[in-house]
Design a protein. Sequence first.
Length: 413
Amino acid sequence: MSFETVDGTLNISCSMVMTTALAAILLLIGFWIRKKVNFLTKYCIPAPVVGGFLFMFITFAGHQSGAFAFKFDTTFQSPFMVAFFTTVGLGASLSLLKKGGILLIVYWLIAGVVSIIQNCISIGLANVTGLKYPYALLAGAISMIGGHGAAGSYGSTFTDMGYPAGITVGAAAATLGLIFGVLAGGPVAHMLIEKNHLTPDNSETLDTSVEEINAGHGEKLTSLDVLQNVTSILFCMALGTEISGWIGKLIGMSFPSYVGAMFVAMLVRNLNEQFHWYHFKFPLVDGTGDIMLNLYLSMALMSLNLYQLLDLIGPVLLIVVTQVVVLVLLSIFVVFPILGKNYDAAVMCAGLLGHGLGATPSALVNMTAVKDKYGMSRKAFMIVPIVGAFLVDIIYQPQTIAFIKFFVQDFAG
């Protein structure tokens, strides 16, 4: 860390190790604050969002006063993000998909169509408000379906393309969507259940435990187990990043490196189930992914420049609110009937609002709240996490890339 005063402003420069350490400290602070503030816990606001935004306001105060400014070396930020999405891909077992049946396919297609609608809303409102297409798309499926991780990744891509507020807009949109998603999910399910006098189907015997297929079964990890699983993550990251680079050259635009890594990881996971190359340990991989995501988000948010968002917040907020209203209406009048107009359908609508506006944990928060009041929906608790965690990416990623290719490259200038 170095200090230099230029024109009365104290410039604080942090090395990549110091930047990573600060991100970890802010992450722990975020967990501590979230435990102390009921609102943050109730609405499942991520700890890195809490700690990162706190520091972001500190840097904003320094910028506005001209007293101090931070400069971070975020070299590790991109590898953290790629590592997280690689672990998501490694959790995508075909055995899970076989358990879901036709209802899983229907819900998956619904989520995919929702992602297309969200991007259409973003582009449409960009034309109305004059918001640049990249910023509008960051308030679409990227941050709604994709959550903070995708918002940060695509935001970084747009920043490299010449849109400096990309990461800031993505983080703001993802946070707003997450809050709205949790606020809307429970009430919508409650209304559907009460209006239609729905009750759980206690006779269903569907095994819903997504964890069963990924279970660690309590075996003690050996050093070789750890090495094999970490190596598989690194291998998928390396090969996937190369593949993303080749795709980028093929389509003539920047292609997110994590997309290639995630799909390579999905392939490796399912091939390993057939050929047993190594002892896959999901708890280790999943825990690694959580750490990588939290560090990535903490680092990304703490280095945001809030002042870049001031002129954009109005149009971005309008797009996010429109996304919420449209998805609520779709859930009530379209999705609920398609899924069968039964109790499972109502709970799945709560889940869709959770991960369709925020993240898969938000979907689980919504469905758990409904379950605690009305009863269990085994189908919902199996299908929604599978789709929200990884399956929807198969549809939302390619069509989002197509939107970026068409609008940003050809029209944004």
